[in-house]
Design a protein around this ligand. Structure first.
Ligand SMILES: Nc1ncnc2c1ncn2[C@@H]1O[C@H](COP(=O)(O)OP(=O)(O)OP(=O)(O)O)[C@@H](O)[C@H]1O
Length: 257
């Protein structure tokens, strides 16, 4: 479904992705883990064709995604419907006068009939506890409600692939639990980025780790990685700290949330 081969990307001459090789099959639930600045968002943006890799190839369902393909209106239309991305900051995604219009926006853009728009909007608003907020302007929602609204705006399209960039960053523990359950119940391919090690086992089945050198340092089973201190250290996800217990000092590894 998704294939990256030898992908590199840099900003202002500074490499943020190096030799990325990644294949994702339909139905997989991938967690993308890496410390701040390791390149997770950039990788998701490449997958969502918001930026093109400077070197290497991106293939989606057998089609090479490049500059000329992104000028093909039919391809772009179906690609944007099939693959959607939830950004880290919900405010960049919300611009309509009401929550209802926000949910309806992309369906209207894609030419759905108003009756079908209403059906889908009400279905997802109900599933996301947004019914009572439908007439409000989105900026009046709380951070967590905005995040829910952004996600609902994507799911109204009934996409095949959902990319989520640090989706739990603004959520309290209860809403985080709600999101984990939702992702589990959704029967679609998901790629979720996080730097939160403790949430990794909840967010997917396969782990891809971007290391400090901006390349993939691990791709495989989640439990195997979480038992491998050396690999976690190499990815910058573990730190050694000294502690005092009375007069005695000792050191052990920690990970940070
Ligand atoms: N538009 C941009 N212009 C210049 N530099 C950028 C741009 N976007 C990201 N960067 C830089 O690229 C590097 C990787 O950023 P990216 O956002 O992909 O990492 P990340 O792993 O998602 O980080 P975080 O966990 O902090 O969100 C960082 O050093 C960042 O400052």
């Amino acid at each position: 479904m998704i294939e990256l081969r030898g992908v590199y990307h840099s900003y202002d001459g500074e490499e943020v992705l190096r030799d990325i090789n990644l294949t994702v099959k339909e139905g997989e639930r991938v967690v993308l883990l890496g410390i701040n600045g390791s390149g997770k968002t950039t990788l998701l943006k490449i997958l969502n064709a918001l930026i093109l890799p400077q070197r290497g190839a991106y293939t989606y369902c057998g089609v090479r995604v490049d500059k000329s393909k992104l000028k093909d209106r039919d391809f772009v239309r179906s690609f944007r419907k099939e693959m959607v991305m939830l950004f880290q900051n919900p405010d960049v995604m919300l611009f309509n006068p009401t929550v209802y219009d926000e949910l309806a926006f992309s369906l209207r853009q894609l030419g759905f009939e108003e009756k079908q728009v209403e059906e889908r909007v009400l279905h997802w608003a109900d599933r996301f506890d947004l019914i009572e907020h439908l007439d409000k302007p989105p900026f009046k929602l709380s951070g967590g409600q905005k995040q829910k609204l952004c996600l609902a705006c994507l799911l109204v399209l009934e996409p095949k692939i959902l990319l989520l960039d640090e989706p739990t960053a603004n959520l309290d523990p209860r809403t985080t639990g709600w999101l984990i359950d939702l992702l589990y119940d959704l029967n679609i391919t998901t790629i979720v980025s996080t730097h939160n090690l403790s949430l990794v086992p909840e967010l997917g089945d396969r782990l891809v780790v971007l290391g400090e050198e901006h390349s993939i340092v691990y791709d495989g089973k989640i439990e195997t990685f979480l038992r491998d201190e050396e690999k976690m250290l190499k990815a910058g996800l573990l730190h050694k700290h000294r502690h005092k217990h009375g007069d005695r000092e000792h050191a052990h590894y920690h990970f940070h949330l």
